[in-house]
Ligand binder design. Structure first.
Ligand code: GLN
Length: 480
């Protein structure tokens, strides 16, 4: 079935005129028709618009790169005139007046956006259970979560409800859902991809990146996404390589550090076994694998839960019922209007983060919490710098367990927060990392995380590609 193709496979068929973009797009929507009532991966579908783009790509006939490829967009990225809700009631009716830079780039590449995917409200969560609308289900087991916050995008890719998707990653939101759904997720270096038009959660951490069926597709999508954007002052003006050139099946002499701190208690035995197997596999392919300890990882989750909520409390101040989205009808005066709008519009987790962040930034607590967290962040960064003196890349589990059951952690925010222990340090240090399938436990996928130095996406892709070419995990698809 066409919807199960990777983007690069679909590209060959499009370029040789064996299929049309309209056929491909229709196959994706046929799958959506079949499985979306079980998965609930999307918030908004834009079939007419997608078919229009597909027709334009067919008429143009020049199929380079991602031209004519149906792609899903996480619903925290602005799409002009198309609902952009962040899966929040406060933005349930929000129609942006402009496109995010990455949406413009996709259009320029001729890709066909097919809809907006579900997420934890404002990207705060690890399961999509915090969505203000509905929970997305994991295509490998409908009783489990797809991960989060980009759970809709990951579930859509895994189930063939799109060919490729975009996610955003503040503390793991691309990699952890990729791990839970058995797909490939890449968080680029901070500054590599423009966030203009990404609704901000924690601005010193947020990055946009690809969710794909394999490593090759991730490289192809990176070619479209990466690059300097004067509209995002944090984007970095350095040349963008052709990431496809990094798809080389060779890790000989690569020095790989296995992060021992993420292989102890707290990580499932099945996950540890799969990661050890992956390390041995890389060794058998010529890499040199050694254990390495990054002792400050222990402090990463508490550090993140001061910095991210602090930034969120400031970023989310703009949703006050005046300029964007929902406004309470119970608004006898301005202050009550603010109160009621935010009370009605935000869900429990978003409120919790705003309160945590406001507290951490308050006069009197600022030095004790926020400033302390910034200092620990520097120590975490230094731990990575030390490790990269000896290693080309670092590896670890992406998550301490496979996908958990819907409802299992919903009432216990702390245990939910801890499921990001392996991904959060990477955001705090601004580094790139990829997650790719490396095994299964009880029918659920396990993800291998590969971490690199800033702007070393090519190294990640090369190691990931080599692993993928020499294993079969990425070929498994869920049956729905
Ligand atoms: N799960 C983490 C959180 O809840 C990370 C989310 C993200 O990366 N957007 O904040």
């Amino acid at each position: 079935m066409l919807n199960n193709l990777t983007a690069h496979e679909a590209h060959s068929l499009l370029a040789s005129k064996k299929i049309s973009s309209v056929e491909l797009t229709e196959a994706v929507f046929a799958q959506i028709e079949k499985t979306e009532n079980k998965l609930k991966a999307y918030v908004t579908l834009t079939k007419d618009e997608a078919l229009k783009r597909a027709k334009a790509a067919d008429n143009n006939g020049n199929f380079t790169g991602l031209a004519g490829i149906p792609i899903a967009i996480k619903d925290n990225m602005c799409t002009k005139g198309i609902l952009t809700t962040c899966s929040s009631k406060i933005l349930a009716n929000y129609l942006p007046p402009y496109d995010a830079t990455i949406v413009e780039k996709l259009a320029a590449a001729g890709a066909a956006p097919i809809g907006k995917t579900n997420l934890d409200e404002f990207a705060m969560g690890s399961s999509t259970e915090n969505s203000g609308f509905h929970t997305t289900h994991n295509p490998w087991d409908l009783n489990t979560v797809p991960g989060g916050s980009s759970g809709g995008s990951a579930a859509a890719v895994a189930s063939g409800e799109c060919i490729l998707a975009l996610g955003s990653d503040t503390g793991g939101s691309i990699r952890q859902p990729a791990s839970f759904c058995g797909v490939v997720g890449l968080k680029p270096t901070y500054g590599r991809v423009s966030r203009y038009g990404l609704v901000a959660f924690a601005s010193s951490l947020d990055q946009i990146g690809p969710l794909a069926k394999d490593v090759t597709d991730s490289a192809w999508l990176m070619n479209v996404l990466a690059g300097y954007d004067p509209k995002d002052s944090t984007s970095v003006d350095i040349p963008v390589p052709d990431y496809r050139m990094a798809l080389v099946n060779d890790v000989k002499k690569f020095r790989i550090g296995l992060i021992s701190d993420l292989m102890g208690k707290g990580t499932d035995e099945a996950v540890k076994a799969a990661i050890k197997d992956a390390a041995r596999k890389l060794e058998s392919l010529g890499a040199i694998v050694e254990e390495v300890s990054l002792p400050t990882f222990e402090y990463a989750v508490p550090t993140y839960y001061l910095i991210a909520p602090a930034e969120a409390s400031s970023n989310l101040a703009r949703f006050d019922g005046v300029k964007f989205g929902h406004r309470s009808s119970d608004a006898p005066d301005l202050l009550t209007m603010y109160y009621n709008t935010r009370r009605e519009g935000f869900g429990a987790e978003v409120k919790r983060r705003i309160m945590l962040g406001t507290y951490a930034l308050s006069a009197g607590y600022y030095d004790a919490y926020y400033l302390k967290a910034l200092k620990v962040r520097t120590l975490i960064k230094q731990d990575f710098e030390k490790a990269f003196k000896h290693f080309d890349v670092l590896i670890s589990p992406t998550a301490p367990s496979p996908a958990f059951k819907i409802g299992e952690k919903a009432a216990d925010p702390l245990s939910m927060y801890l499921s990001d222990i392996a991904t959060i340090p990477v955001n705090l240090a601004g580094l790139p990392a990829i997650s790719l399938p490396c095994g299964f436990s009880g029918g659920l996928p396990i993800g291998l995380q590969i971490i690199g130095e800033a702007f070393a996406e090519e190294k990640l892709l090369q190691v990931a590609y080599t692993y993928e070419q020499n294993t079969e995990w990425h070929k498994r698809r869920p049956t729905l």
